[in-house]
Ligand binder design. Structure first.
Ligand code: DGY
Length: 311
C-alpha cells in the first residue's frame, strides 16, 4: 500500500481508483492551496503526490518527501516543478496533455472575441444603468474576421487548436514556433495569442521591446502563463494606448494583488485561470492524473510523462 497526498479536492470519483487499488489517499481539505510548510508536512510519508500548479515542487519540498516516487501534476504545464531536482532524485512526473487542448483554445477565443468587441465594458455600462440608447458611435470594437492573429507557441497542441478556430473566423494566421521571428511577426498582429510554455527562455517574452514592435492598436490574449508577459510593460502599453486591449486568463502572481498597477490599466479583461475549467475537461484531468499515479506507484512508465524540457 502506498500513501498519496492530493493537494485539493477534485471533481468526480476518479480518486476512488487509488483506494480501490489499495492505496491510502489524503486529500487536502481547503479551497486554498496548502502553505509550503503544510505541504512539506503532508508529503513526509507520501509515495505519490497529486499537485496543482499552485504547488511549488522544489528542493525543499523534495527533501521533505524522501519516499516520493511519482508526482502527477494536475495540468499540462509543469513550470511549478524544478525538473532538475526531480531528475536527480529519479522521481517520475506526469501531466495531463490533450484533454484540455480544446477547452483552453475555446477560452482563448472567447477572450479574443470579448476583448475585440469590448464585452466586459459594455456589460458594465448596461448593469450600471449608463446605457441609454443605441449609440452610433459608441462601443466601437475591432473586427475579428479578416484580422491577423499571431499565435506564439503556434506549433503546440493548444496553439494549433486556436489556429483552427481562427481559420473558422476567416482570420489570417501567423503561427510562430520556437525559432520564429517574434518581433517581425508582431508588426503584422491585430491580435496576439500566447501558448508557449513558460521556461527560462520564454519568461517575459512579451517585454517592452516586443510591445513596441507590436502593431499599434493590437490586442493581446494570454491563456498560457502569466510569466510570459512583463506585466509592468503591459500596463504601460495599455496606459499609453499602444495596445487596444489585453485579455488574460493567467497572471504572475495569481491572483494579482488588489493594488497591482496592471489592474488600473484600461481595457484589461482578467479571468481567474479557467482555461481548462469545464466539467468534462477537469473530470478527465483527474483520471489522467490517477493513471499517472497508479503507473508510477507500480514502478511502471507513466502513460503521460512530462516532456523533457529542451534547453
Ligand atoms: C495547465 O494545464 O497547464 C493549465 O494552465 C491548468 O489547467
Amino acid at each position: 500500500m502506498a500513501h498519496v497526498f492530493v493537494s485539493r479536492a477534485l471533481t468526480g470519483d476518479a480518486l476512488d481508483r487509488l483506494t480501490d487499488a489499495g492505496h491510502d489517499v489524503d486529500v487536502w481539505p481547503g479551497n486554498l492551496p496548502p502553505h509550503p510548510t503544510e505541504l512539506r508536512e503532508r508529503v513526509a510519508h507520501a509515495h505519490g503526490l497529486l499537485a496543482m500548479l499552485t504547488e511549488r515542487i522544489d528542493t525543499a519540498l523534495l527533501d521533505a518527501a524522501p519516499q516520493l516516487k511519482v508526482i502527477a501534476n494536475y495540468a499540462v504545464g509543469f513550470d511549478n516543478i524544478d525538473m532538475e531536482a526531480i531528475t536527480a532524485r529519479g522521481i517520475a512526473v506526469g501531466v495531463t496533455p490533450d484533454v484540455l487542448t480544446d477547452a483552453t483554445a475555446d477560452l482563448a477565443f472567447a477572450l479574443l472575441l470579448a476583448a475585440a468587441r469590448r464585452l466586459a465594458e459594455a456589460q458594465r455600462a448596461v448593469r450600471d444603468g449608463r446605457w441609454r440608447t443605441f449609440e452610433p458611435q459608441g462601443w466601437l470594437g475591432a473586427d475579428v474576421h479578416g484580422a491577423t492573429l499571431v499565435i506564439v507557441g503556434g506549433t503546440g497542441r493548444i496553439g494549433q487548436a486556436v489556429a483552427r478556430r481562427a481559420a473558422g473566423f476567416d482570420m489570417n494566421i501567423i503561427s510562430l514556433g520556437r525559432d520564429g521571428d517574434l518581433h517581425q511577426a508582431l508588426q503584422h498582429a491585430d491580435f496576439v495569442s500566447l501558448h508557449a510554455p513558460l521556461t527560462p527562455q520564454t519568461r517575459h517574452l512579451i517585454d517592452d521591446a516586443a510591445l513596441h514592435a507590436i502593431k499599434p492598436g493590437a490586442i493581446l490574449v494570454n491563456t498560457g502563463r502569466g510569466g510570459l508577459v512583463d506585466q509592468p510593460a503591459l500596463a504601460r502599453a495599455l496606459q499609453d494606448g499602444r495596445l487596444a486591449a489585453a485579455a488574460l486568463d493567467v497572471t504572475d502572481p495569481e491572483p494579482l494583488p488588489a493594488d497591482d498597477p496592471l489592474l488600473d490599466a484600461p481595457n484589461l479583461l482578467v479571468v481567474p485561470h479557467i482555461g481548462s475549467a469545464t466539467r468534462t475537461t477537469r473530470g478527465r484531468m483527474v483520471h489522467m492524473a490517477v493513471d499517472n499515479l497508479l503507473a508510477g506507484l507500480a514502478g511502471d512508465p507513466l502513460p503521460h510523462p512530462a516532456p523533457v524540457p529542451r534547453k
